[in-house]
Ligand binder design. Sequence first.
Ligand SMILES: Cc1cc2nc3c(=O)[nH]c(=O)nc-3n(C[C@H](O)[C@H](O)[C@H](O)COP(=O)(O)OP(=O)(O)OC[C@H]3O[C@@H](n4cnc5c(N)ncnc54)[C@H](O)[C@@H]3O)c2cc1C
Length: 246
Amino acid sequence: MTPTPNETAKPHFRSDVSVELVKHTASDSDVLWAARVSTAGEQSLEELNKDPERSKGLINYLMRDRHGSPFEHNSMTFFISAPIFVFREFMRHRVGWSYNEESGRYRELEPVFYVPGEERKLVQQGRPGKYEFVAGTPKQHQMVTEAMGAAYRRSYEAYQDMLAAGVAREVARAVLPVGLYSSMYATCNARSLMHFLGLRTQHELAKVPSFPQREIEMVGEQMEAHWAKLMPLTYAAFNNNGRVAP
Ligand SMILES: Cc1cc2nc3c(=O)[nH]c(=O)nc-3n(C[C@H](O)[C@H](O)[C@H](O)COP(=O)(O)OP(=O)(O)OC[C@H]3O[C@@H](n4cnc5c(N)ncnc54)[C@H](O)[C@@H]3O)c2cc1C
């Protein structure tokens, strides 16, 4: 079928990412249930709410001693909108994650592009492994905004021209940059999310510091906020034990 180009589409620029929790079955009791089955057998469900302090202690023990599998019996599905360069990093996380991303073959891609906001530190200093980011000058911000805007407009125009000439979407999309927004469903469990957060966020409580790109960290921070509400005891134990996934 010949693609129908969206001739009225005008580039739209964003500096944020969005993360929606669309579905979940995730609670601290899932962890307790799974852990206690090894000692209490069929009775484990009844044991759950008997002693809250003991439950908290058990979750902390599992986290501290890295007994990881009880943290897998739960599920969270997020709908994420972010630039393609973020998804490229995101999908390196293979274990305990399922992904479905919008298709550039079956639909025309919307002209939504990433431009760093004013708070995004622009300048990298130091040597590999010891980088630090510092604020850019107003002139640098202006340059980034203008250069990205011009490049995005030019590439989207070329995309539209090719679609108008009858070129397939899957071919024409090659001209679009990694600053284009995409969207995906990502499903994980608490254990795989903790591994992700340990690598993709910076946090004062982290025993092993990581240095993620800010834009994937913005996604991680929003997922973390959702998860913290669903599994507060597990979340506290993660922080109290240096944010290392069990
Ligand atoms: C700050 C930062 C910088 C990075 N820079 C680069 C870069 O420059 N270039 C680049 O290519 N990548 C880079 N990465 C990606 C990184 O190498 C990992 O691919 C990514 O963080 C996913 O981690 P993971 O493999 O532990 O996660 P997952 O794929 O979710 O795996 C989870 C765990 O399962 C085990 N596992 C999974 N697969 C295997 C396997 N095949 N064999 C043995 N054990 C396995 C490991 O214990 C692993 O930690 C970077 C990541 C970070 C956080």
